[in-house]
Design a protein around this ligand. Structure first.
Ligand code: LMR
Ligand code: MG
Length: 488
């Protein structure tokens, strides 16, 4: 697969392009994104679905510039898909030929089921694992649904309810009740999907989530994997529905959403009530990532290998200059956790975060050696996007902070992510295990050369290269219920 791939999604409301860079077999990151609110579906719904000249002209111009952006990255592969507006349009071919002729670009109109599938595999692969969930992608012309179970896409649906469609057919004439009746009757054609969790995809859901996070003063600037309850979402939805334009601004809605946010919110509101979900999770990924993944993972049944995290791999590929030490550290951390974790009362599930933190221990050196811990922390906090929940991302990145003689809990930044961290004792013990491992490997020996034994409350460490380690032990604070003995 090419190192750089651009994916263009011609949505019915906005058109977007993402440029992906592959950093190793399955690892990638987004190098660039462009969005244009071209609204190709404008005025189509009252005109038999026909794309209108002005809307096609705008889209063609924007598309030309998207391609210029893609070329600037040396992109070799461009995958371009179009959804609801082009699916519906009797004159879609006119637009497609024009683009092929002018730009030598092939636009692929995808079915509603395929569109749902792309959203579904993006969520299944790039959100923290869930037992089951329903994904919902509210677009400009249609909404796509998938039922996910154990990371697999099991069912796909596409319904013709979308923000621009509902705006033009109902909101523009003030017929809100008509909109509700229409949405509800379309939704009644869905089979019974039972899950407590809804994953929201698409521009409308992201706009609402961004606004809700700002309003609530959420401490992280991350949309992807943000989770909220049906109650707070519906309460916010009511405020949006009743808001004047001025009020929408103070509710953190951006001007380019003013005319579609109410129909969009209404659609989501009806879907949430219809499906009776309890938890809502925002997905920062959707059709574009799905198109990219189905290319990347085409020989792997559209799934990453078990226990594979593309963000962790991307960070290691890009910043870990000499990663053997961090890998040895992760082995030692695992050994220590298994030996003393339960004695210290640390819930077993934190082993996962501890081991990822150990692997990422020295990524900050890729920026600069001095204060590398702060650099590692920043990199992890910002670039760990996929496959982890916010509390996991915060814990991993916080563990990467280190100050001689200080406890981890003393390093929590003020007015920040502290509320997402585990309790102080757990945090300090996890940090102690991580940094003790680092110190025990100060002479950069193989972790296999370190022997560990625990006889409550004494942890005995055997090894022949512990001179430097002994000297550095004073930098960490041990819990009261643990005694450490080094034996050379
Ligand atoms: C779409 O139609 O899928 C997108 O344009 C969604 C949006 O609201 O931008
Ligand atoms: Mg879309």
């Amino acid at each position: 697969m090419a190192q750089y791939t651009a994916v263009i999604d011609i949505g019915s409301n906005s058109m977007r392009m993402a440029v992906f860079q592959k950093t190793s077999r399955f690892a990638f990151h987004i190098l660039h994104e462009v969005k244009s609110s071209v609204r190709i579906s404008e005025n189509a719904y009252k005109n038999g679905g026909y794309l209108q000249d002005e809307a096609m002209d705008r889209t063609a111009r924007a598309l030309g510039e998207f391609l210029s952006v893609a070329r600037s990255f040396g992109v070799r592969k461009i995958l371009c898909v179009a959804t609801s507006a082009l699916r519906d349009a009797p004159n879609a071919n006119q637009f497609i030929s024009r683009i092929r002729h002018h730009y030598n670009l092939s636009i692929k109109i995808i079915s509603g089921e395929k569109e749902a599938y792309y959203g579904g595999i993006a969520c299944a692969n790039l959100l923290p694992p869930l037992k089951d969930a329903i994904t919902v992608d509210v677009g400009g012309g249609s909404s796509e649904f998938t039922f996910l179970r154990n990371g697999k896409v099991e069912q796909l649906f596409s319904l013709n309810i979308g923000t621009v469609r509902i705006k033009e057919l109902y909101f523009d004439t003030g017929d809100i009740n008509g909109a509700i009746r229409h949405i509800d009757s379309v939704l009644s054609s869905l089979p019974d999907l039972v899950s407590e969790t809804l994953i929201g995809i698409g521009g409308t859901f992201r706009a609402l989530t961004r606004a809700l996070m700002k309003k609530e003063g959420y401490p992280l600037k991350k949309l992807h994997a943000f989770s909220t309850t049906e109650t707070s979402f519906l309460r916010f939805s009511e405020q949006i529905q009743g808001a004047t334009t001025k009020k929408l601004k103070s509710l953190y809605i951006k001007p380019d959403r003013f005319d579609t946010i109410k129909p969009g919110t209404l659609i989501l509101d009806r879907i949430i009530r219809h499906l009776k979900v309890k938890t809502l999770i925002c997905s920062g990924v959707g059709v574009r990532e799905g198109v990219f993944l189905s290319d990347l993972l085409r020989n792997a049944k559209d799934r990453f290998p078990a226990n594979y995290n593309p963000s962790v791999r991307y960070l290691l590929d890009t910043y870990a200059i000499h990663s053997d030490h961090a890998l040895e550290c992760s082995h030692l951390c695992r050994g220590l956790f298994e030996l003393i974790g339960s004695h210290l009362g640390i819930p077993p599930r934190y082993k996962h975060e501890l081991i990822i933190a150990a692997k990422l221990l020295s990524i900050g050196v890729g920026i600069q050696y001095y204060a590398y811990q702060a650099h590692s922390h920043y990199l992890a906090l910002n670039a760990l996007d996929y496959g982890l929940s916010h509390p996991q991302i915060v814990l991993i990145s916080h563990l990467l902070l280190f100050k001689k003689g200080a406890r981890s809990s003393e390093l929590i930044p003020k007015n920040s992510y502290g509320s997402l961290l585990p309790d102080t004792t757990t945090l300090n013990n996890l940090s102690m295990i991580l940094w003790l491992s680092n110190i025990l490997l100060a002479s950069r020996v193989d972790s296999k050369q370190i022997g560990l034994k625990f006889d409550n409350p004494t942890l005995t460490v055997h090894g022949s290269n512990l001179y430097l380690a002994r000297e550095q032990l004073k930098h960490i604070i041990l819990p009261k219920n643990l005694t450490l003995v080094l034996k050379d």
